[in-house]
Design a protein around this ligand. Structure first.
Ligand SMILES: [Mg+2]
Length: 280
């Protein structure tokens, strides 16, 4: 394996993908385009660990942290409520009496709001420019895709009103033919449902779908229908380069290509649309 610093910024994991037939492009939102909710894992993980520690099972904070970290990674991309249902299950498995997962979801959203409210306000008042709150190269990538005439969508596990508001704040909403997020009736929405519906309604095969995501779920759902999955393994600490842990996770989920962010947009799009056969 090539060390991270020697890798090309576009890493082709699966050279067998059928290129040149992309018609629909699906984006995850948080961590894939928007950085407004950056660091949500550092809010969710300690909250879940704290709830489990209260049960005094004898497990150390370190042990619980490792369990919760894996759980959060594997459910990244799912609706928040499912992560809270998972917390309730973990509490029950340890002999505890969990609250309604909606109670946990509210607690998490309140904690997350403390972390992100200044970012939202800074965008609303113009103190921070939208470009500073998106993954590098996002607008360029969206422009290139628009020029190719494909239809683009957002599917997020974040509640839909938030996704719509935040996509307007970072000025990407006009690129999309549909912006789909979590509903109060959580069984009505999932990335899988969005993918199946857009293939059915447009009467196109899975291979016409291209997905960009930083989570397990959207990558897995895309591969299930035979689409192309591009995983973003952004190193959030430095804002550039690859996070090895994320890379491993995304490859395990089935990612065909791994990129650090979208500064490679031109080459990547030329490759995916079959204009070039190599990326290095
Ligand atoms: Mg994401």
């Amino acid at each position: 394996m090539t060390p991270a610093d020697q890798r090309s910024s576009i890493e082709i994991i699966n050279p067998e993908i059928k290129r040149g037939c992309i018609k629909h492009v699906l984006f995850d939102f948080d961590g894939t385009i928007s950085l407004i909710r950056e660091g949500w894992q550092q809010v969710m993980i300690p909250m879940l660990v704290r709830r489990l520690l209260e049960l005094k099972t004898g497990e150390t904070e370190q042990q619980l942290h490792a369990i919760v970290e894996d759980f959060v990674a594997e459910t990244t991309g799912k609706q928040t409520i499912y992560q809270m249902i998972g917390l309730a299950d973990m509490i029950r498995d340890r002999g505890g009496n969990p609250e309604d997962p909606l109670v946990y979801k509210k607690e998490y959203l309140d904690l997350l709001w403390d972390r992100i409210k200044d970012r939202i306000e800074a965008l609303e008042t113009g103190k921070v420019q939208p470009e500073q709150m998106v993954v590098r190269g996002s607008y360029r990538l969206l422009d290139l895709l628009k020029a190719r005439g494909v239809r683009m969508y957002v599917a997020s596990g974040t509640d839909e009103p938030f996704v719509k508001n935040e996509s307007a704040l970072v000025k990407v909403n006009h690129y999309f033919d549909g912006i789909y997020g979590a509903q109060d009736d959580y069984k009505k929405h999932s990335k899988k449902i969005v993918i199946e519906r857009l293939l059915r309604e447009n009467q196109v095969p899975g291979e016409s779908l291209l997905t960009f995501g930083d989570g397990y779920v959207e990558i897995e759902n895309t591969k299930e229908v035979g689409g192309i999955a591009v995983g973003l393994a952004t190193n959030e600490q430095t804002g550039e380069g690859i996070d090895e842990w994320k890379r491993e996770r995304l490859i395990k989920a089935g990612a065909d290509i791994i990129i650090p962010e979208f500064s490679c947009a031109e080459t990547l799009i030329d490759y995916l649309f079959g204009d070039i056969d190599r990326v290095d």
